[in-house]
Design a protein around this ligand. Structure first.
Ligand code: 6PG
Length: 622
């Protein structure tokens, strides 16, 4: 096992800073290759001239001799080592752990202009020209925290180094995130409790995945001892009391400055209280929505963090590595703001998801009215998964609709009672608490409730749905699109309302960017909304309204078709009603105000008078 580390890269890439930090952690001496240049080399560089191979040869030979002196005790050297031939000279008769720090020309140039060094910034181009990429070893992007770079180097070359982070709770999501992280070369310690039925979770995981960067524990001390400081611990356990219980158990093993991240679907107000409580104990707490299900967690989820910015910054390099990538290649994760905003955003994401799912279910029911052979349904949904109506949820419909068990379609055998875990209800509650109209989302939730109201359903008579009516499928999909636009508008308005009330300053453009990939509601529409919010943040309503109007007639036709065929289309209808309401400058609230004033003297305001003034009328007086 070699103990010689060389950090290479062009001048200004941060080799010295990273090398020194690495040497300090390893307890090794640090050598800076610049200190070994013969005087004539320094003079040449100061004169603005690039060194050639002949100039560098004696310097590299000298460095090789220096490295040999430390080969049994360890050393870290920062050296440009730009060419393969130079690296060969350095590695003569010894084995080196190579790390190349690479970065953009512009970034490095800007850094060089800020420092004082005998190498003028003007020589940087010659360094880039000479640079031959490292063939074997580790190449790291310099646009990361020093601590992260050092950890990555240790993870690459040590077999038993500390873990970059820990994950508590090895359910499906916890395991998938852990495997995603180790795939990205992030050393990950995982913890699962010993509880009835869970005794072998860690043992089985470690025997199934024999990755040397994965460490498993069932003991808090061993788990927390394995983590680099400040500890970064992601909780992937059920929301609610379990989170508080685990925090309580963890606390005796934590140090000030350690970071805890709740990656479950917690209520944002619980996250807010935990932030406050843990702040007093010097623990940085982050509430982070994680979307994408098992598959997303394994290959790249969308993550919505809010709370301690310090915790986010400590976790950022890891999160960026494991996240899905947006269409521009940026990670689908980003700090959203303080307090519980990350969990609020995830909750509303799920609310939007409920309505998206119900709209697809209603679309399926509408098609069921026509004479389209059942075997062709999947193809129709497949065709709709393109252009404006493309989405992850649309993309899974063909597989769902085509799945057979014997001669039957599996969906026909599934009991039509929908379950839920609470986030849809929280979205609806939050909308009510903050005076927002989330009728589309609430209706989708109500239909899940209705589906389980068996006594109601027992009273209803079975219907023969196959009516062979003729439907214009293009119109149908346009009506569906109209409803989706308003669903997203309601969700985004709700996030903004809560963020404004709490002064979280959540940026909807960033929220929608994070949602462009990895999450359940990723879609072409989300990409359009992101573009719109980025370019015209104050025009969200106007844009959605204009989009909606293109298809509003189609939505009317869809809803009318349902009504005239006794088919309930609650979410299509809720969207249409919301659309009709926002398209009307007048409301019926004048009658409500009159009624309130009649029976309760609650007073009213007048259109023809100052809005500050309140009026009361004795309505019974002739
Ligand atoms: C996701 C999902 C995920 C899960 C929810 C919804 O974004 O990956 O939203 O969080 O599907 O728990 O579940 P329910 O439908 O059971 O409420």
């Amino acid at each position: 096992m070699s103990l010689i580390y060389v950090i290479m890269g062009v001048s200004g890439s941060g080799k010295t800073t990273v090398g020194k930090a690495l040497a300090e952690q390893l307890g090794f001496p640090f050598l800076d290759a610049d200190d070994f240049h013969p005087q004539q080399n320094i003079a040449k560089m100061q004169a603005g001239k690039a060194l050639n191979d002949t100039d560098r040869q004696p310097w590299l030979e000298q460095l090789n001799l220096e490295l040999r002196k430390h080969k049994d005790t360890g050393v870290v050297l920062a050296c440009s080592a730009l060419k393969a031939a130079y690296r060969e000279l350095l590695e003569k008769d010894i084995k080196i752990h190579w790390t190349h720090l690479q970065g953009d020309f512009e970034l490095i140039q800007a850094r060089m202009q800020l420092r004082s060094h005998f190498m003028p910034a003007a020589l940087l181009q010659s360094q880039f020209d000479a640079l031959e990429p490292l063939e074997q070893g580790l190449t790291l992007d310099i646009d990361s925290e020093i601590e992260f770079l050092v950890n990555m180097i240790r993870a690459r070359y040590e077999t038993k180094g500390p873990a970059h982070w820990g994950i508590v709770g090895m359910g499906v999501m916890g395991q998938s995130l852990a495997l995603n992280a180790v795939d990205s070369k992030i050393r990950t310690a995982v913890y699962n409790r010993i509880a009835p039925g869970e005794e072998l979770v860690i043992a089985k995981m470690l025997s199934k995945y024999t990755n040397p960067k994965l460490y498993g524990y069932t003991d808090w001390k061993e788990f927390t001892d394995k983590l680099t400081l400040p500890r970064k611990i992601l909780l992937m356990i059920p929301a609610g009391k379990a989170i508080d219980a685990v925090i309580e158990e963890l606390m005796p093993f934590l140090s000030p400055g350690d970071c805890i991240v709740d990656g479950g679907n917690s209520h944002f107000s619980d996250t807010e209280s935990r932030i406050k409580k843990l702040q007093k104990l010097d623990i940085e707490y982050l509430g982070m929505g994680v979307s994408g299900g098992e598959e997303g967690a394994r290959v790249g989820p969308a993550m919505m963090p809010g709370g301690s910015k310090i915790a986010y910054k400590a976790l950022e390099p890891i999160l960026k590595k494991i996240a899905a990538k947006d269409p521009k290649g940026n990670a689908c994760v980003g700090y959203l703001g303080g307090g519980g905003c990350g969990h609020l955003v995830k909750t509303v994401h799920n609310g939007i998801e409920y309505a998206e799912m119900q709209l697809l279910a209603e679309l399926y029911a509408l098609i069921g009215l026509t004479d389209l052979p059942r075997a062709e349904f999947a193809a129709l949904f497949k065709q709709w998964n393109s252009g404006e109506t493309a989405s992850y949820l649309m993309s899974i419909m063909p597989s769902i609709l085509d799945k057979k068990e014997g001669d039957s379609y599996l969906v026909d055998l599934i009991l039509d009672e929908a379950a839920h875990k609470g986030t849809g209800a929280w979205t609806a509650h939050t909308a009510l608490d903050y005076g927002q109209d989330a009728s589309i989302i609430s209706t989708a939730l109500n239909m899940r409730y209705h589906s389980t109201a068996q006594w109601f359903r027992d009273l209803a008579k079975p219907k023969n749905r196959k009516l062979n009516i003729v439907l214009n499928f293009e119109q149908l999909i346009n009506g569906y699109q109209a409803a989706r636009i308003l669903n997203h508008l309601q969700g985004l308005r709700l996030i903004k309302a809560v963020s404004d009330a709490k002064d979280w300053q959540v940026d909807l453009a960033e929220v929608t960017r994070i949602w462009t990939d990895g999450c359940i509601i990723k879609s072409h529409l989300i990409e359009q909304l992101h573009q719109q919010l980025k370019e015209n943040p104050n025009q969200l309503e106007a844009w959605c309204f204009a989009q909606y109007q293109q298809y509003s007639e189609a939505l009317k036709v869809a809803v009318n078709t349902g009504i005239s065929n006794d088919l309930a289309l609650p979410v299509f209808s809720a969207a249409l009603q919301f659309g009709l309401a926002i398209n009307d400058p007048e409301t019926t609230a004048n009658i409500i105000q009159a009624q309130r004033d009649f029976f309760g003297a609650h007073t009213y305001k007048r259109k023809d008078k100052d809005r500050e003034q309140n009026f009361h009328t004795d309505w019974t007086k002739p």
